[in-house]
Design a protein around this ligand. Structure first.
Ligand SMILES: NC(=O)C1=CN([C@@H]2O[C@H](COP(=O)(O)OP(=O)(O)OC[C@H]3O[C@@H](n4cnc5c(N)ncnc54)[C@H](O)[C@@H]3O)[C@@H](O)[C@H]2O)C=CC1
Ligand SMILES: O=C(CO)COP(=O)(O)O
Length: 351
């Protein structure tokens, strides 16, 4: 009989907690394939004076980041990253993208040679002036293969077991089948494609457009306006992919990780919510709104906009991406939010 695989989860935020429910339950249903316990890394912090890890292990609930999601008994929270990942065969990464490099630095040299990873993280890495995929940071730092899972997956809806789709991007067919088995449930349906590159690009870039959709709503734009933001945003996402990631396939933008995620995030994501509040109330800073509205959860849009803007500037192509560039300038305080509509009115698509 094949040896049981050990799965380790790195992350315990809003999405990380829902994923621990899905993985924990699927592991319990497939105990012949996996070690029963699912260790989960929880960054050390106190919630109402009590260690969040202890709360999760005792109450089987993550009171800070996803209070209404029941955590299966086999999930074991720990703040010791190396203990969580010790002997892991499958490493699942679900944390805000800005922390990946730091986490991989700690893991370097401590991961099994034949381990595999999957990243559910949306964003980019910028090192020096070079923009890279988060999955590439995991691949290169840990020297293991890494597939990706992205999609229209607002965590609170998946926690309530409302029907959702997701896309796994994986070049290796066998690993793709294994990952699908690990993540799929009756309410979380998965399509596997071999174009892991464009799956990840869709997940990262839509967070910039979601900020634009929030600005538009906060400035009292209509449904037609938001539709234009989504369409023009998708055009910029595809152009950016073609320009900087030559192997990306535009057909992958029709998967849940592309159009699906873009639409859902522009209507009901955290980036949209905070951006809308900012546009209706511009004397507040985005940082304050993030802190006050999200209670420790992290916005990925403003950082991703800055990462992308850095590359656009370096290649002198800001003018070809007016929405991306304007969103970055608004987020970084270089432009007032009231000027957002101008980038739509003067978009090169209409010239
Ligand atoms: N929340 C959602 O609906 C969805 C989120 N995602 C993506 O999943 C990724 C993770 O998102 P969430 O789980 O929602 O996280 P989150 O936005 O809830 O962030 C909170 C998490 O960040 C951790 N954290 C804070 N500082 C840290 C540090 N210095 N080092 C390591 N961890 C630290 C906290 O411990 C906590 O677990 C993101 O890239 C996000 O875009 C993807 C699909 C849905
Ligand atoms: O990625 C998401 C849904 O698929 C969540 O988006 P937000 O981070 O904007 O909430």
């Amino acid at each position: 009989m094949a040896k049981k695989k050990k799965v380790s989860l790195i992350g315990s935020g809003n999405w990380g907690t829902v994923i621990c429910k899905i993985l924990g339950n699927n592991i319990l249903c497939n105990e012949h394939l996996y070690e029963k316990n699912l260790p989960m890394f929880v960054k050390k912090e106190l919630y109402n004076g009590i260690d969040l890890c202890d709360i999760i292990n005792e109450k089987k609930m993550n009171k800070k980041y996803m209070p209404h999601c029941f955590i299966p008994d086999n999930v074991m929270a720990s703040s010791d990253l190396l203990e969580v990942t010790d002997r892991a065969d499958i490493l699942v990464f679900v944390l805000p993208h800005q922390y990946v490099r730091e986490i991989c630095e700690t893991l370097k040299g401590h991961v099994k040679n034949d381990a595999i990873a999957i990243s559910l993280i949306k964003g980019f890495d910028v090192y020096g002036n070079k923009l890279d995929l988060i999955s590439n940071v995991i691949r290169s730092q840990l020297n293991i293969p890494c597939s990706v899972l992205m999609g229209a997956n607002l965590a609170y809806e998946v926690a309530l077991e409302m029907y959702s789709e997701a896309t796994i991007g994986c070049k290796d067919e066998e690993v793709g089948i294994l990952m699908k088995k690990l993540f799929q449930t009756h309410y979380f349906r998965i399509v596997v494609v071999d174009d892991e590159l464009t799956v990840e690009l869709g997940g990262a870039l839509k967070n910039i457009v979601a900020m634009g959709a929030g600005f538009s709503d906060g400035l009292n734009g209509g449904h037609n306006t938001k539709s234009a933001v989504i369409r023009l945003g998708l055009m910029e996402m595809m152009s950016f992919s073609k320009m900087f990631f030559k192997d990306s396939k535009m057909s992958t933008y029709f998967e849940s990780s592309g159009l699906g995620d873009l639409v859902t995030t522009c209507y009901a994501g955290r980036n949209h919510r905070v951006a809308k509040e900012f546009a209706s109330n511009p004397q507040q800073t985005l940082e304050n709104l993030e802190m006050n509205l999200l209670n420790g959860q992290k916005l990925q849009g403003p950082l991703t906009a800055a990462e992308v803007a850095c590359v656009l500037k370096l290649h002198n192509v800001e003018g070809r991406f007016p929405m991306f560039s304007t969103i970055h300038k608004i987020c970084s305080g270089e432009m007032p939010v009231s000027s957002f509509m101008d980038c739509l009115k003067n978009h090169p698509e209409h010239l």
